[in-house]
Ligand binder design. Structure first.
Ligand SMILES: NC(=O)CC(=O)C(=O)O
Length: 283
């Protein structure tokens, strides 16, 4: 496994869905032009992050215009593309879904956010994703030429069991389309992404929308790439930008050899099992 250049497109999400799609497409091409081979978009990059809006912006797979743009962008730029997330309609239900594409534009997998963000936070931030969204039922790890890639969406990262199961399935990189806010961002953003990287000795890439102080939900920004030792490889500001970083994949084996956390687990005392085998999320 060699090193790869990765990029995050930290775009400012606006109300105009077509403008979001166009901006994302331009940023993906720009990232690829700078040598990125893995590109990650933010959570709900085509729709303002507000639960009542999700059904209004939702698209069905595979006809949706956003889905088509993502596939074409991956193919034209020849990149692995973690297509952020978008509201996906499936029958009566809407999901917060990330579609992952290979450099030929083919779909490698789909992750539907497993943990819905239903919170009443200090600072008056109230979110109830479950008012309009259904929860995913699957743990998502997709094959790439860099090794298995795990996919979590925002709140999912706060559940260490999920990420550990991805690591046990072989994930070397976890991509996280995310949109922390101005209460949880300053408190927890760096901490959780660095800690999941340290726990599991793998790379974590978190992609946020740019901050818009006039939005109904103000995203924190500061997209981040963390290495398996917990070091921050790259960190964005809070405005619109393409963040790039080099992932030296050989560091994973080195760090795991020197500090063999997986081997030192006391599986005679505790064990983690994947319980769900529920049809639904697979494409
Ligand atoms: N938006 C989310 O799903 C989660 C979040 O903002 C947080 O965990 O903080």
């Amino acid at each position: 496994m060699e090193g790869i250049k990765a990029a995050v497109c930290q775009l400012k999400v606006v109300e105009d869905k077509s403008a979001n799609i166009k901006k994302a497409s331009e940023m993906i091409a720009g990232a690829a032009g700078n040598g990125a081979r893995l590109v990650v978009l933010p959570e709900m990059f085509n729709c303002p992050y507000q639960a009542p809006l999700f059904p209004l912006y939702a698209e069905t797979f595979p006809e949706g215009e956003t889905f088509k743009m993502l596939s074409a962008a991956a193919r034209e730029s020849k990149v692995y593309l973690a297509g952020g997330s978008l509201p996906e309609r499936d029958g009566e239900r809407v999901y917060n879904t990330s579609f992952i594409f290979g450099p030929d534009g083919n779909l490698l997998g789909r992750h539907r956010k497993v943990h819905l963000f239903d919170v009443e936070l200090p600072g008056g931030i109230t979110v109830k994703e479950s008012s309009t969204l259904g929860a995913g039922e699957r743990i998502t790890v997709v094959p790439t030429e860099f090794g298995p890639l795990g996919v979590a969406i925002c709140y999912d990262i706060r559940f260490p069991e999920l990420i550990r199961l991805m690591a046990l399935k072989g994930a070397k990189i976890i991509v996280v389309p995310a949109a922390f806010n101005m209460t949880t961002g300053p408190a927890h953003w760096d901490l959780v992404f660095r800690m999941r990287a340290v726990d599991n000795q793998l790379f974590v890439i978190a992609a946020s929308p740019a901050r818009d102080v006039n939005a109904g939900y103000v995203a924190f920004g500061h997209s981040i790439m963390v290495d398996p030792w917990g070091e921050v490889l790259a960190r964005a500001g809070h405005g619109e930008e393409v963040l790039t970083g080099e992932l030296e994949l050989a560091r994973i084996e080195k760090i795991r050899r020197e500090l063999p956390l997986t081997a030192h687990r006391r599986t005679d005392l505790y064990q983690l099992r994947e319980l769900a085998d529920v049809p639904g999320d697979q494409v």
